[in-house]
Design a protein. Sequence first.
Lengths: 500, 346
Amino acid sequence: MANNESVLLRMEDITKVFPGVKALDGVTVEVRAGTVHALMGENGAGKSTLMKCLFGVYHKDGGHIYLEGKEVDFKNSKDALENGVAMVHQELNQALTRNVMDNMWLGRFPKNGPFTSEKKMYDATMKLFDDLGITVNPKAIMSTMPVSQRQMVEIAKAVSYDSKVIVFDEPTSSLTEVEVEHLFRIINMLRDRGCAIIYISHKMAEIKRISDDITIMRDGKWIATHPAADLEMADIIRLMVGRELTNQFPPKTNKPGETYLKVENLSGMYNKLDNVCFEARRGEVLGLAGLDASGRTEVLESIFGIRTRKSGTITLAGKPCKNRNSGESIKNGFAMLTEERRATGIFGVRSILENTVISSLSRHKKFGPLLGMKTQVEDTQKYIDAMHTKTPSQHTQIRSLSGGNQQKVIIGRWLLTEPEVLLLDEPTRGIDVGAKYEIYQLILDLANQGKTVLMVSSEMPELLGVCDRILVMSGGKLAGEVDARTTTQEEIMTLAAKYA
Amino acid sequence: MKKLDELKAMNPADRKRAIGDLLMNNAMFIIIAITILYIWIRVPSFLSVTSIINIMNLTAAKLPIALGVGGCIILAGTDISAGRQVGLAACIAAGLQLTVNKLFPGLAVQPIPLALLAVIVVGAVIGLVNGFCMAQFKVHPFIVTLSTQLIVYGFILMFLQFGTNGGQTLSGMSEGYRDFISGTLFKVGTAKVPMYVLYSIIITAVVWVIWNKTAFGKNMFAVGSNEDAANVSGVNVKKTIILVFMMAGILYAITGFIDAARIASVNATTGLNYEADAIAACVIGGISFVGGIGKVSGAIIGVLLLQVIFVGLNFLSVDANLLYIVKGLIILVACCIDMRKYLVRK
């Protein structure tokens, strides 16, 4: 398959020091042409820092980078792109109000004399899309497209630079299974062309499938590089966390009790959610599976009252809940962890403390409307300790924490509202294995306390490992319900395709 | 000290950058310190007791409006109707306190609490309109307040045409009103500290409590920092936006109420461009246009430094026209430095 086994990119002895932290400590990685090289490690292991040093986003303090045997030192990502090193970012940075082809050719618009040529741009985009098997209208406006399609555009853009080295940073975190297959076909195609691919992901199964070599990093250090075929999943986890983590999921100990939450005839006013009915028990973890845009998120957000319902009744313990807005839903005992942490979760410039207490301020009223500081500090500390959040202090801006730690702060925020029903939308997105395990454990603990958890996830093994029952959404409708203990991924996929 | 140790531990290139950042982040204060030093050397009486008390008094007078605008900036908005709102409040307050009233012929001097209540209600209503348009229709604060600024100016001009006044300057306000605002609180040597300094301190304390110790204050910072997240987190975003602008309107009204008696003469240009000073003060004091960032202490420092500069330039007998250029430059430079702080470094 690989037509050239020579080393295309060599990062040698890369060191990067931030005040007080050695983010990279003499890391050496070699990527051969025509191979996929997976880079794995927990959040904060130094994967992103290494890539930023490659692209000149950070200035490396030591080490050398060789591209095709020649030493290079890119000043910025434009410099890197022009030399054939491209990156597909985890968090999309796109001009949302512009269309697909404007985004594709931004900064290098094809021209007719002094004027940009729409036609050339369109043709070039179509040719590229045909080549990659992408079915996206080049004239569609970015903001109207689902995240997964935007991701595909980003990938096409990276390919369009005729790059020799392409870095994929968590490319599948917003893709559904079908789209992941498509992405893998594209990656395999690029590999066959002789590109060197660096693939960063937390998802074990796909790493095992797609990569030729795996490099594992921990705490800014290189730990090991092995052919993917020689590593078992347990080995990878052990190398990543530096401790034994025998299971990906904690043992299921929760015992679902009586019916608690009833949702009937849930339909969306401005989305395609159509007549969804289901029940959930006390102490149950109920999963919501489905393809992207199948209405999973809409179910949760409609229940929580941040999406307008056309119809639908929500009954909690026999008591009807109106849930017209988030404030009312919180009072009724609901909590909602949203999918896009940065967009709708964190208050970036505010402190850990303020991010923690914002939804439960009424707990701290001391004299009339005045809030007491002492209880706020106590509550915050309680959840920093309980969630093992790594932060320098309560007054640190939340944006400076890693994704996993931000997620823990937001979960703490919701637990402080003392919810009875937790609506969790992709609770482990972009979080490393260790933190994932902690979140699974927390979900099961909550169920053990008799709380009801509704959980949306695109990761099938996660749903199978944590949930009791799984509802499968398809095209805005409830396509079916399966028992998590007896079902298979195939059964779920079949249901997910029912109305799609 | 910890910072110093960190600096020592760095390699030379990083240390150079860290020191550079430190200087840049505090550049506004450094520039102002140098300016003060320069003016003081040129005109030593600039830092005399009388002059310092004068600066303090001016700071107290301008603080309420700055706190109002500050709230709007924390919401990642702005309010350019602030100055005209001050003007309208000053006109109304004066109109109810004239000894010889040409606006409302025959109207006697009204009780001070009534006049205060009147301007506060008017301020709150304008704030409500501003806030409602932003919260309900998601119109950009610049557009909303640009419009209300014109509308309020129209009201001011019409108000001054009432009765037989014919647009003239209002002066000759009641003794009681002038004493209430500008009466002597205490004296430092020969320099008088007027009553309104006390009111300003009280107002500032109240605003501090609202910003820091109430759910409304916390919600304001949350909405300014991330409106969508606030909506998910159970914050009533619309109510918060409306309340912030209503609070701002009330603070402008109080500024106008103080200014009418302080200057003792009110006309259509009263309050003109006050918002520029207020915005400049906020930005100097670190209330950021990024949204969700700012402190009451920042607003105080901002207003104080700005007044120091203005008084100082007066001491240097700088051309009044040049003052506008200086103000504009201060806002521009302060914003540039401020945005630099919150840039995501790549």
